[in-house]
Design a protein around this ligand. Structure first.
Ligand SMILES: [Zn+2]
Ligand SMILES: [Zn+2]
Length: 195
């Protein structure tokens, strides 16, 4: 495994954390479009964490697939049209992009597996045990209310260092200082209503 591939996996993990943190922490489920399409699924996931295990493959991976299709097609096109010398030059970068898009595409699938306790294929539980992908026990830390840490859901590699430096808390303090918005204010109201 090259450094570029590891960097790709790390960036994918970070982005999964950033998106998840944003949707868990800020905004309201009542916002037009993003509220319903984006924030609500994350918030509902805290109330019913096993619901995603009942989603089929398309429902789980469809959206992310659409987003990552373009870079993958672009890569396939380059591999067909560029000279071998040019490709050799491009190779490290393409390794990075490939790993980033593959982990990006399957983030929801990996997250779903982290909630699945029965019937997982052996190779999936091995990848979890080796912490190549998000392990079940590791992700459980995020599911403790008020859901303020361990946001990364692809490999989860960054959760420990980010927690150690108080990354999300510091970012929340900064945003609260700038905007006056309180983190998770809407989530608390909303979760109350649901109960
Ligand atoms: Zn969450
Ligand atoms: Zn979860």
């Amino acid at each position: 495994v090259s450094e570029q591939a590891i960097a790709g996996a790390l960036i994918a993990d970070f982005l999964s954390g950033l998106v998840h943190w944003g949707a868990d922490t800020w905004g309201s489920v009542e916002l037009p479009i993003v509220g319903k399409a984006f924030i609500r699924p994350f918030r509902e996931h805290h109330i019913d964490p096993t619901a995603i295990t009942r989603h089929d493959f398309i429902e789980t991976n469809g959206d992310n697939c659409l987003v990552t299709l373009l870079p993958l097609l672009n890569m396939a096109y380059k591999f067909r049209t560029q000279s071998p010398e040019a490709l050799e030059h491009l190779y490290p970068w393409e390794c990075f992009v490939f790993c980033l898009t593959i982990f990006g595409t399957f983030t929801n699938q990996i997250h779903k597996w982290s909630h699945t306790y029965f019937g997982l294929p052996r190779w999936v539980t091995l990848l979890q045990d080796w912490h190549v992908i998000l392990p079940r026990k590791h992700h459980r830390i995020h599911h403790v209310s008020p859901h303020e840490t361990y946001f990364c859901i692809t490999t989860g590699w960054l959760n420990y260092p980010l927690e150690k430096i108080g990354f999300w808390r510091r970012l929340e303090d900064l945003i609260q200082g700038l905007t006056g918005e309180k983190p998770r204010a809407d989530d608390m109201k909303w979760a109350q209503k649901i109960k």
